[in-house]
Design a protein around this ligand. Sequence first.
Ligand code: PLP
Length: 410
Amino acid sequence: MDNRGRERDYRADFPIFRQNRPLIYLDNAATSQRPACVLEAERDFYEKQNANPMRGLYELGLEATDCYENARKRVQRFLHAGKAEEIIFTRNTTEALNLVAYSYGVSHLRPGDEILVSIMEHHSNLLPWQMVAARTGAVLKFLECSPDGRLTQERIRGAFTPRTRLAAVTQVSNVFGRVNPIREITRIAHEQGAVVVVDAAQSAPHIPIDVCGLDVDFLAFSGHKLLAPMGIGVLYGKEELLQAMPPFLTGGEMIERVGRYDAVYAPLPHKFEAGTVNAGGAAALGSAIDYLEQIGFQALREREDSLTALALEHMKEIPGVHVLGSEDAGEHCGILTFTVDEVHPHDVASILDADHIAVRAGHHCAQPLMDYLKVPSAVRASIAFYNTEEEIRAFTESLSQVRRKMGYGE
Ligand code: PLP
């Protein structure tokens, strides 16, 4: 345990908490808050290096290009990818997954091929595969989980067939928060000759990721859930796969030469980055990664787990409150999705909001999972390392009043 991590006042790093307004922010899985160093990194780009990267052959233009490409190298080290060319900047996870679906999926899958998708996928890692199935004649199959969100060995082995060509799985579900066995899944998928697409939107902010160690073929995450600005995301892809894929979007910057009727595309990674890029966002993402790694994932995780354990312990004592997923706080990555007997999740969220507590209520963009669980809607409190024990206590205290306020017994 890194004790420095425990003692530091992380909240002081986040300007949003310095405002003169009460705010207990427990919607970190939807989007995180941003520390001052990240906001400064983005501002610095526009104040000191702003020019269109890869276009200006003057000093400032070259500096802008360097800034952007250095951010790419920073992400490469963060993901332990072999080459910077394997890192493609996108707007977010959704765009990254669509890139794989349109570019790899549509061009590689054939009628009768199987696409395996876990039942707990966010719509962003389901709809692109529904689209690929509709366009190619491939068949969509589902990897089911246990009611508490576990993807067991048997279920994984049983779901793959010799026809499986692609598996799309989230590393951490945005409903359960449990870390899925991605290494196990890539091993079995590769035995069958299938590629694996990993949605790391909820894992990248909480656990270290080693794309080579996991042997994933593609992996996507969003900057905005990882302390960086909205509008910058990442797709990692194995070089040989990216090389063989057609571009997703076409236009400026992704070409080497253009004739009237044809074009030669730029090499990786630029082939997949059409149009003016988000260089300020990329620089800020690099700064966010520096900030997180300076705290260290171990310290970060221990702090989030201890706050989650505190919340879970109190929630278990509140009559009528039911938490989805594991009983163990260490298996939630800070995500606590729950229902309250007889009270609609929107009412729960409104009552908490009256106490200035921000949580999410609804289907969490995971409707097939909610259908399977027979829970049409739920509340989600998602905890980050910059939350405090006082905030967690205020949340559970407010939650304990919900049923009474709605006219039900304690
Ligand atoms: N995948 C998961 C597991 C998510 O939780 C989210 C966002 O909530 C997404 C994908 C989509 O992320 P974005 O909206 O940044 O593309």
